[in-house]
Structures are given as structure tokens and as C-alpha cells.
Design a protein around this ligand. Structure first.
Ligand code: GLU
Length: 441
């Protein structure tokens, strides 16, 4: 069996961190098993779907390095859905229903009022052909319901949640097509999963009860169902399901200087029993990917954890990988010197400015003579490895050590109290600039 997964977003908005995670896991599972990963655009809702969101979804996947092996669109497949619906109708597995939304709501309230589950009563199944003809003559258009088989208990072994069991008698026959002819997600998704040879459906646990009804649709359409993995949802760092998470898209992360590798490394492991590690390369993440390692508790998404992971990713980037994103003129030696201090690549510009100057330092009165002495010693150095030479000579000449020795030098040379290793920075600053800065000119 070829493993084939699909990521099936509705292009009614941009991706958020929850569905980015779903996309990643579909991709990883496919890669892990040498399979295929498809992008399926679920655009049955013509009014809410927008082309700009389709483009944004593609761009986001590309940024994350999740390249689909194929792309499908539901809006191109309406004829196919029509044909399969007709088959189900002929087999008595879908049926027309004519209740209005208000009537259904009333039925629901009555049942709930009696303390009963609000399951649809299948009144439409009792309509005679004459009843239906009359309704249609009055201009009432039917919606279509899938008729659950009440005699077949629904069971599957979920790759994350383990054995699942649903009694179809406790569920309403799901509406699969609206009276205006538009499609709800359930049936087209099953038809697509069959036609596209989807072997594994990976999605959030908010789809568990959909899966129960969809399993019967696979059977009614004469197909073996795929395997399912329903993942626990993400929660915000405060531990609750947060609205904020639903609005966190890649623009937000990119704007905060988060690298795709950091997001990938975090989302690959979050909610699993494996530690979150700063893997730049996706291979070790893919190799260790296994649904058996996922827990059933909601996984906590923490932006601070992401920021820390990002720094550890940035520290591993070689010059060639980041060169295009660095300030003009920044050399490999410059990158190597500055890199350990960065949380984001954008911060490199800040530190490069320290190298290039001008820098401004507030020098304390009691350090002026010391710095003048430093300038004198620096002037005589050959600048091969100037920092140990300079500080060594100054220590001997002045008796200063530790903070009293290093801090005034750092401040005068960089304008800051903290920063990259001076031994790496000073050769980059260069002799002339260093002398100017030490002299305060
Ligand atoms: N379009 C559906 C959604 O975004 C797809 C669910 C699925 O993966 O089957 O929720």
C-alpha cells in the first residue's frame, strides 16, 4: 500500500498554527513512509472561498518546506459528487428531506426539553412519493441526508486515540447537500479520499464524530476506509483553548523573526512524548515521527518556547544559508561572530552596525585615562588577535581585571555593555576604528 495523505484546508482564511500543525503531520507521515502528500483545496463553499487564500495557503506550505506531491480542488469535482450521490440515492442510502431550519430547530428543542438527545427523527423517510411531489410542486427544494445504518456499530482503531466506538442510533443522519444544491464537507471529502487513494486521514479531534458517519459513507460507496489519526488540539500557553491561537498565522511568526525550521521543529514534537529539539533539518523529525508517541491531552503551544527554539536554530545557520538576509557587506566572519547573540536573523543588522559604526558610548570620567592608555597599547599591536593582546597588556600595565578591565573597553568599542565575544568582534571592527573609539574621537 502506498501511503497517501492529504491536507484539506478550506480557503476561507489563512492558515493558523493549528492547521499548520495538521499540514506538517500529514507531510511528515507521508515522508516517513515514502508516500505522497496531497494538498486538497476544500472550496465547496463558493461564497466564502477566495482565490487569495488559496495562494496564501500554497505560499505558506512552500515557506514551511512542505511541498505537495499533487493538488486537488473540490470545486472542480462537483459532477463527480453528483454522480456518487445519485448512486447512493438509488441504493436508498441518501434521502431527500424537506424540513426548514426552523422546523428542525423546533424538533431539537422538543427533544432536549424531554431530556432526550436531539437526534433527527427521520420523518422525511415516511413521506410518500405523492407527499414529495406535492412539496416539490409547492417549490420546496429538498436537502439530502445520508441514511446511517443503525444495525452496524461504528468502530475504528484510531492511530492516536485507540479503539473508538459509536452507536449510529445515537446520531442524526447527516445532511450532505443543502437545498440550494451546495455541498457540505462530509460526503465530498469521502468521495475524494476514495478517488485519490488516501490511505491515512490525519486531522484534529474535532472531526471524530464526522469520522463516525464518514466510515459508513465509505462502506456505502463500496470502499475500504483509510486509517484515521485524530490529534488532540493545541491550547494556548495559558492552558486554555484560546482564540488567539486561531488567529496566529505565518505572517505573525515571520514578522517576529521565527524561522520555518523552528516552527517545524516545535510543531513536529508538541504533544508527543519526544523532546522538542532544535533540528534545522527535517530528516530526524521525519524519521522519529510516529502517532503512537502522541498523547491524548491537548498540547500546549507556547510562543516563548518557540522563540527560544528559534534562537537555537539561528545559531546553527551557516553563512551561505543566511547571506541574502544579512546587511550589505556583512562577512562570514561577521556572521560567525554575531550569530551566538542572535534570537532572530534580523537582529544581525543591529550588531553589524556595532562593527561598522558609528557607535556612541557614555564613558565614565574615571575610565578616560584607562581608555587613553588602551588606545596607546592598541596602536602598537599588529592586530592578528588583538583582544587577548590588548587586555593582557592592559591588565599588566594597570592592574585592572575582570569587569573593571573589560567593561570600559567593551563600552567604548561597541557602545554597549553586552554583546558578542570581543575576541571575535575586535578584528572585525578593525584597528583604525578601534583606535578612534578608544580615543573617543
Ligand atoms: N476542510 C476540512 C477542514 O478544514 C477538512 C477536514 C479533513 O481533513 O477531512 O476541517
Amino acid at each position: 500500500m502506498t501511503v497517501t495523505t492529504r491536507f484539506a484546508p478550506s480557503p476561507t482564511g489563512t492558515l493558523h498554527v493549528g492547521n499548520i500543525r495538521t499540514a506538517l503531520h500529514n507531510w511528515m507521515f507521508a515522508k516517513r513512509h515514502g508516500g505522497r502528500f496531497l494538498l486538497r483545496i476544500d472550496d465547496t463553499d463558493g461564497e466564502r472561498s477566495e482565490e487569495r487564500f488559496v495562494a496564501a495557503i500554497r505560499a505558506d506550505l512552500a515557506w514551511l518546506g512542505l511541498h505537495p506531491d499533487g493538488e486537488e480542488r473540490q470545486s472542480a469535482r462537483f459532477d463527480r459528487y453528483e454522480a456518487r450521490l445519485a448512486e447512493l440515492a438509488a441504493a436508498g442510502r441518501v434521502y431527500p428531506a424537506y424540513e426548514t431550519a426552523q422546523e428542525l430547530e423546533l424538533k431539537r428543542k422538543v427533544l432536549l426539553g424531554r431530556g432526550l438527545p436531539p437526534v433527527y427523527d427521520r420523518a422525511a423517510l415516511a413521506l410518500s412519493d405523492a407527499d414529495k411531489a406535492k412539496l416539490e410542486a409547492e417549490g420546496v427544494r429538498p436537502h439530502w441526508r445520508f441514511k446511517l445504518d443503525h444495525d452496524a456499530m461504528i468502530e475504528w482503531d484510531d492511530m492516536v486515540r485507540g479503539p473508538q466506538r459509536f452507536d449510529p442510533k445515537t446520531m442524526s443522519d447527516p445532511v450532505v447537500r443543502r437545498a440550494d444544491g451546495s455541498w457540505l464537507y462530509l460526503l465530498p471529502s469521502v468521495i475524494d479520499d476514495i478517488d485519490m487513494g488516501i490511505s491515512h486521514v490525519v486531522r484534529g479531534e474535532d472531526h471524530v464524530s464526522n469520522t463516525a458517519t464518514q466510515l459508513q459513507m465509505f462502506a456505502a460507496l463500496g470502499a475500504e476506509p483509510p486509517r484515521f489519526a485524530h490529534e488532540a488540539l493545541l491550547t494556548g500557553s495559558e492552558g486554555k483553548l484560546s482564540k488567539r491561537l486561531g488567529s496566529l498565522g505565518l505572517d505573525h511568526f515571520r514578522g517576529a523573526g521565527i524561522e520555518s525550521q523552528a516552527l517545524r521543529a516545535l510543531l513536529a514534537r508538541l504533544g508527543t512524548s519526544d523532546p522538542v529539539e532544535p533540528f534545522v533539518d527535517s530528516a530526524p523529525l521525519v524519521e522519529s515521527f510516529d502517532f503512537a508517541r502522541f498523547g491524548r491531552a491537548p498540547a500546549r503551544f507556547d510562543e516563548d518556547e518557540l522563540a527560544q527554539l528559534n534562537a537555537r536554530i539561528v545559531h546553527q545557520f551557516g553563512y551561505a544559508a543566511v547571506r541574502d538576509r544579512l546587511p550589505a557587506g556583512m562577512t562570514e566572519a561577521g556572521w560567525n561572530a554575531i550569530r551566538p547573540n542572535l534570537s532572530t536573523i534580523a537582529e544581525a543588522a543591529d550588531w553589524w552596525q556595532v562593527v561598522e559604526g558609528p557607535v556612541h558610548a557614555e564613558i565614565a570620567e574615571e575610565d578616560r585615562a584607562f581608555l587613553a592608555q588602551a588606545a596607546g597599547i592598541a596602536a602598537g599591536l599588529d592586530w592578528a588577535d588583538p583582544w587577548p593582546a590588548l587586555t593582557g597588556a592592559l591588565k599588566e600595565a594597570t592592574g585592572r581585571k575582570g569587569r573593571a578591565l573589560f567593561l570600559p573597553l567593551r563600552l567604548a568599542l561597541t557602545g554597549r555593555e553586552h554583546g558578542p565575544d570581543m575576541a571575535a568582534l575586535l578584528p572585525l571592527i578593525g584597528k583604525d576604528a578601534a583606535l578612534e573609539r578608544l580615543r573617543g574621537t
